[in-house]
Design a protein around this ligand. Structure first.
Ligand SMILES: C[S@@+](CC[C@H](N)C(=O)[O-])C[C@H]1O[C@@H](n2cnc3c(N)ncnc32)[C@H](O)[C@@H]1O
Length: 270
């Protein structure tokens, strides 16, 4: 007889990952597993669990196997159509939320929303602002819409290439974006979780700066006077992004560091 505990012990995965996959298959919390670890495991559960274990051993990201990732304290649905949200990106959301305090009615835009984590988290933290979000990927937008609905966030979604997705003449007080910024020849694209994520969410296929440049240049016509743009970028791109912002006539250009001390986001004011 195979017991619940045997499934955890014999998977070949780190204990935490095995437990998360079993919790997902059983749709039960950790406390249930602890209380029932000597129960017999049903053949149906065994089969589903072992299928996930095999996929994990082949390298598939945990978030795609469980279909979920936490961000800013909210559970977001993720699929292979969207980037897996990174904790680093919470810095961009925290910066936006701080800027939006005492700004009822402010208009916010999230470019390249993916699973919707940035737009939805801002909308939930600042219910008094008007949040729009875009993505080129129809499939990603479907996931973002689902997340907004499930979490009760009011976000207006548009599909298309960066600013072209938006109604003509629509302007904002704050634009945020975590665009693809990895260079197309970066070896990391062929390693770890990145192998399974949508290529178009990770890289512009060139030097990793083309989408950042499009977003910076295009923001000038989409921000109201005094409006701000903040973008996430790679660990070695802060100086070049600050230069882009200065060239585009942004003022008070500055970068903020993440918890690891890396300059992770840069922004400025028109
Ligand atoms: C790095 S992912 C960020 C996803 C999400 N905002 C996050 O932080 O987890 C970049 C997103 O930009 C979208 N994207 C890439 N090129 C685009 C373009 N030209 N116009 C609009 N969206 C684009 C991708 O589909 C992807 O969802």
């Amino acid at each position: 007889m195979t017991r619940v505990r045997d499934l955890l012990d014999d998977s070949g995965l780190p204990r935490l990952e095995a437990r998360m996959l079993l919790e997902h298959v059983l749709d039960k919390p950790r406390a249930w597993l602890l209380a029932h670890d000597t129960d017999p495991a049903e053949p149906r559960v065994q089969a589903s669990y072992m299928a996930l274990v095999r996929r994990r051993l082949a390298g598939e990201p945990m978030a795609y196997l469980t279909g979920e990732r936490e961000f800013m304290g909210h559970a977001f649905r993720v699929t292979p159509d969207v980037l897996i949200p990174r904790p680093d990106t919470e810095l961009l959301v925290e910066t936006a939320v701080a800027l939006l305090q005492g700004r009822p009615g402010a208009r916010v835009l999230d470019l390249g929303t993916g699973s919707g984590v940035i737009a939805v988290s801002i909308a939930l933290a600042c219910p008094h602002v008007y949040v729009s979000a875009t993505d080129r990927s129809v499939a990603a937008l479907a996931v973002a819409r689902d997340n907004a609905r499930a979490l009760g966030a009011n976000v207006h979604f548009f599909q298309g290439d960066w600013y072209e997705a938006l109604p003509e003449g629509e302007r904002f007080d704050l634009i945020v974006s975590n665009p693809p910024y990895i260079a197309g020849n970066d070896a990391h694209l062929t390693q770890g979780d990145l192998r399974f994520e949508p290529r178009g969410a990770l890289t512009d296929g060139g030097n990793g700066l083309a989408d950042l440049a499009s977003i910076v240049v295009g923001a000038v016509c989409r921000l109201d006077p005094g409006g701000q743009l903040w973008v996430e970028h790679g660990w070695d791109q802060a100086e070049i992004v600050r230069d882009m912002l200065i060239q585009a006539d942004f003022e008070d250009v500055i970068s903020h560091t993440d918890l690891a001390g890396i300059e992770r986001i840069s922004g400025g004011k028109l």
